[in-house]
Each structure stands twice: as structure tokens, then as C-alpha cells.
Design a protein around this ligand. Structure first.
Ligand code: ADE
Length: 395
């Protein structure tokens, strides 16, 4: 993670986070550990809990706590009660800055320590689902601190969502099933940046891709990219593999399951495990359920068809794989570290609300990444700069 390493070395020299307490609710992976190390190097006191009970890499959690001075509260497979307890422990530590992947931490602070929320320097949010929650808080007039919408930064959308989730979702599905995608039909539900990435990689692996999308513009874009576009009920009859990436809920439910083919595979790559309606799937499994493979739960319906749910409907790239490759998280987490620095440097100057990531942060991350790849690009000369800013030129 060369970009993050570069940022970490500068933070170590300048110590802009000296004495600041930062708590993060993120997937506990090797990449996240490097972000925590960068914050510690900058002088922060760091606490970390998991953003999902199934995504923690236990060896990483132990090493981070023992060797790098972070407080880590996470264990793979922890119960819902343990998960909530870990979040609450971080709430009680009264962090000045939060980093979220799904908004569990910042929401919990607003719920159980609202007066502390108003004293925070701010937070960051990494996912679409988390931003929906933070925006709901803002609309209700309850959001008491600035939250940077990392998920909507240019580097995040273009690289993390499209290339990161695109590849790692397919990787998680293949690790869990060892399925050949060539010749199969993959249904992608949701055509945001993540859906675009999943569709692209599925097509690259030889699958026929169907896209389901409720936004007309995105649906049209998918059609013009050459995908089949249709409603989920029609797609239910056609798909071999279904991937939900909407950030919403109940995207695949009883009426869809009843139409699916024998052997269909159901995977969710959205942050929360609500996109595949598990209660419906369980209720329809009158023929029984069994663990076909470690992360594959087979459900037999009354019509004899078997539907295979991956990783309990939890975010498949992290629950069945290792999440995004380090080279993508390098950019995301370098951006996160710079966002934390920005919140601290601008203490008292940012208004409560959902705020965009400053353009300079995106530019700096992209510049450092290009440098690490040995890629040089051109700059505009003076005439070109003037041309771009003048209105007088025309046909
Ligand atoms: N989200 C997606 N991939 C991730 C990774 N490798 N580490 C932390 N969060 C992630």
C-alpha cells in the first residue's frame, strides 16, 4: 500500500493527530490495519471494532493490538450481542473522530451519547448504505457533527466500488463455490458503481449478464453497455447466479425465490445482510436446509429446487473472500487518513452535515498512486489554461 505508506510517513513526521482519539468501525483486515498504523503514526489514540461479524481476520486483529498500539474489539463469528457490545465500548470511549463502514458507530453515538456527538470533530463514511443512514439523521435534524462522504469521493467510486467490489465480489463467489462463470447467466441487482464493476467482471469471465435497476437513467446506461435489462421477477427465472448490490432491502424475496432455477446461487455484496430476504428463503425451504459447502447453505423448496445462499447473505467479498485487494484499499484508506487529518485541522470550522471530500484529497491520492505506479502525465501549458477559463472563443 505505497500511497498509504507515503501518507503514514508524513503523518509520523508532522504528528497532526497528536492526542486525538479516533475510533473506527471497519472490516478488520490487513488493509484496515495499515490505516490504523498510519493514524497511530500521526499521534492518534486508535480504537477499532468490526463493521461485520463475519469479516474479521483474527490474526490481523491480534497483531494490530499487540504490535501497533491500537485497541481492537473484534473476533470473526462474534455474536450480534458481542458485536453491539464492541460498538458500545467505542461509544463509551468518547472518540473525537469516527471512521465508519455502514454508520454503526456514528449512529450509536447519536443514539446513546447525543451530547458527545455535538462535541466531535467529525466522522467519515465509506459505504452507500452508511451514507443513507447518516443522511436520514441529517434530514431528521439530528446529525450533530460533520461527516465526510468518502463513499462519494471520485477515487472511491471509480476505484474502490468499480474495480475493488467488482473483482472481490466475483472472487468471493468463486472461493465459496468454485463455479465456472463462463456460459452462465449472472443477474446483477443494482447498477451503481459497484453493480457496474460486478457486471463488468462477470462479463469478462464469460457470463451473460442481466441487470436489474430501478433508476431509469442507470438502467438505460446498462442497456447501452450491452447488458440485458429487465425487472427482477423476469430475471429470477433466467439467472444462475444472483448478486445484490443496491444498498436497499428485500431486493430478492419470496416471489423471486419461487421462480428461480434449481441450483441458483444467491450472493449479496451490499453492506447489510438485508438485500436477500432471509426470512422468506427460510420459510420457503420446506424441503430442508443443509450446509452444502462451508459458506454455501442449500435451501430446498416445495418444488424440489435447491437455492444456494452464500455466506448467510452477508457481504460476500469479505465474508467469503478477503475483501478488496490491497492496491485498491491503498487509495481508499490513504483518502480516509487524509480525511481524518482534514477534520482535525479544521476543528470548529466545519458545519454539521454530510460534506463532500475536499477535491485536494482526491487529487493527492490519485497523484501519489500514479507516482507509485511510475506513471507520468502531462500538465496544461499556460495557453491551454487560459483557453479553458475564457468565454470569448467560439465557432
Ligand atoms: N472493504 C472492502 N474490502 C476491504 C478490505 N480489504 N479491507 C477493509 N475494508 C474493505
Amino acid at each position: 500500500m505505497p500511497v498509504l505508506a507515503e501518507v503514514r510517513e508524513r503523518l509520523r513526521r508532522e504528528r497532526p493527530l497528536d492526542g486525538v482519539s479516533v475510533s473506527a468501525c471497519l472490516h478488520v483486515t490487513a488493509e484496515t490495519a495499515n490505516l490504523m498504523r498510519a493514524l497511530v503514526a500521526g499521534g492518534a489514540q486508535v480504537g477499532l471494532c468490526a463493521a461485520n461479524p463475519l469479516s474479521t481476520q483474527d490474526d490481523v486483529a491480534v497483531a494490530l493490538a499487540q504490535r501497533h498500539g491500537a485497541t481492537v474489539l473484534a473476533a470473526r463469528g462474534e455474536s450480534a450481542a458481542q458485536y453491539a457490545q464492541h460498538v458500545q465500548t467505542l461509544v463509551a470511549s468518547a472518540p473525537q473522530v469516527t471512521i465508519d463502514d455502514g454508520a454503526d458507530l456514528v449512529s450509536a453515538i447519536h443514539e446513546s451519547a447525543p451530547s458527545h456527538a455535538a462535541e466531535m470533530l467529525g466522522g467519515t463514511e465509506e459505504t452507500t448504505a452508511g451514507l443513507l443512514r447518516v443522511r436520514a439523521l441529517a434530514e431528521q435534524g439530528t446529525l450533530a457533527c460533520p461527516v465526510l462522504a468518502v463513499n462519494e469521493s471520485r477515487t472511491e467510486r471509480a476505484f474502490n466500488d468499480r474495480f475493488g467490489t467488482g473483482q472481490s465480489t466475483i472472487d468471493g463467489i468463486l472461493r465459496a463455490t468454485n463455479l465456472l462463470l463462463a456460459g452462465r447467466t449472472v443477474v446483477v441487482l443494482g447498477y451503481g458503481w459497484t453493480g457496474r464493476g460486478v457486471a463488468l467482471r462477470a462479463r469478462g469471465a464469460g457470463a451473460s449478464v442481466i441487470v436489474c435497476e430501478v433508476d431509469p437513467l442507470r438502467a438505460l446506461e446498462a442497456r447501452m453497455e450491452g447488458y440485458e435489462v429487465m425487472g427482477a421477477l423476469a430475471a429470477a427465472e433466467r439467472g444462475d447466479v444472483f448478486v445484490t448490490v443496491t444498498g436497499g432491502r428485500d431486493v430478492l424475496r419470496g416471489e423471486h425465490f419461487e421462480r428461480m432455477k434449481d441450483g441458483a446461487v444467491l450472493a449479496n455484496a451490499g453492506h447489510f445482510d438485508v438485500e436477500i430476504k432471509l426470512a422468506d428463503l427460510r420459510a420457503l425451504a420446506v424441503g430442508g436446509r443443509r450446509e452444502a459447502l462451508p459458506l454455501v447453505e442449500e435451501h430446498t423448496l416445495a418444488n424440489g429446487r435447491r437455492l444456494n445462499l452464500l455466506a448467510q447473505g452477508r457481504v460476500v467479498n469479505l465474508a467469503a473472500g478477503e475483501g478488496h485487494p490491497a492496491s485498491v484499499m491503498d487509495m481508499s484508506f490513504a483518502g480516509q487518513a487524509l480525511c481524518v487529518e482534514h477534520l482535525v485541522a479544521n476543528a470548529g470550522r466545519l458545519r454539521p452535515g454530510v460534506l463532500p471530500v475536499p477535491e485536494e484529497i482526491d487529487d493527492e491520492v490519485a497523484r501519489l498512486k500514479l507516482e507509485s505506479l511510475g506513471v507520468r502525465i502531462d500538465e496544461l501549458n499556460e495557453d491551454q489554461r487560459v483557453y479553458r477559463s475564457a468565454w470569448e472563443h467560439g465557432a
